[in-house]
Design a protein around this ligand. Structure first.
Ligand code: FPP
Length: 264
């Protein structure tokens, strides 16, 4: 089945998935890819299905994209699975979204372990229901020694809340005289964010045609490349992921500097 997929020629390319992976691997690979997985509801609506059917299908895409990200050699894949604003959704949808990590991890944990994937999470963990926390913690513990792709779920994550918490921590340290105001710089702020142990995302992907950040990694995305696609998350497949990486590899990242020889 995997063999067949790898041999499959992809839309818009004469090459098979495995040849495209080979080509992508011969160039600079983004170390950290962050994804806003959007469009589950619309995918379901197009099929006259309940929204939760879209989320369930979206979970299968998580499996596909984790596998190819690992194959390509991406180091960190951060997935925006539930935002601090998503609590405003109907209770039934929230309950379903809170059960998804449990279903995903109970179904796919053995293959994540086999693929050497390390599960991590960012976000306000305390506010999650006990069954969600237990499922995630079990996977985090079971994969803690793995050295392959870090699969980082942003669960109950909001960037503004993260920044507020960071400011509070730093202010507290200065109030206790453990830090002086002159110690406050970008690296110190980085070190107090939930992503302190991760590289900044090189590439942000958002599916479903929406072109906004929705309170996702506002600090960390300062110099990331953005890739937006109209494809809805449940339809986002290996070929779509390769499109985004190939597009990234054509970009010229300057980080605010100028290109090449900068003599006037
Ligand atoms: C946004 O689409 C999607 C979400 C809020 C949830 C994303 C969750 C998944 C893809 C499944 C996660 C799986 C695991 C394993 C945690 P939307 O509902 O806003 O779509 P719409 O804009 O079309 O309504």
């Amino acid at each position: 089945m995997l063999e067949k997929l790898l041999r499959k020629k992809t839309k818009g390319s004469d090459l098979s998935i495995s040849d495209r992976i080979k080509n992508v691997k011969s160039r600079t690979i983004p170390s950290h890819v962050a994804i806003i997985m959007d469009g589950n509801g619309r995918w379901a609506k197009q099929r006259s299905l309940p929204r939760i059917a879209g989320h369930h299908e979206g979970m299968k895409t998580v499996r596909k994209i984790t596998r190819i990200a690992n194959d390509i050699g991406i180091k960190v894949l951060t997935l925006y699975a539930f935002s601090t604003e998503n609590w405003k959704r109907p209770k039934m949808e929230i309950d379903f979204l809170m059960k998804l990590p449990g279903e995903f991890l109970s179904t796919y944990l053995p293959e994540l372990i086999e693929q050497n994937v390390k599960v991590e999470t960012i976000g306000n963990f305390d506010a999650l229901p006990p069954h969600t926390k237990e499922a995630i913690l079990k996977a985090v513990e079971a994969t803690s020694m793995n050295t392959g792709l870090v699969l980082n779920f942003a669960m109950n994550y909001g960037s503004r809340l993260e920044i507020v918490e960071t400011v509070k921590e730093i202010v507290q340290l200065t109030a206790n005289n453990q830090l002086s105001i002159d110690d406050i710089n970008e690296s110190l702020i980085d070190a107090h964010l939930m992503t302190s142990h991760l590289p900044e995302p090189d590439l942000l992907i958002r599916t479903s045609g929406e072109v906004r950040l929705s309170n996702f990694m506002l600090w960390q995305l300062a110099y990331s490349e953005f890739s937006f696609t109209d494809v809805l998350w449940p339809d986002f497949d290996e070929s779509c992921m390769l499109n985004a990486i190939e597009e990234f590899q054509k970009r010229n990242r300057r980080f605010g500097s100028v290109e090449g020889d900068n003599e006037l």
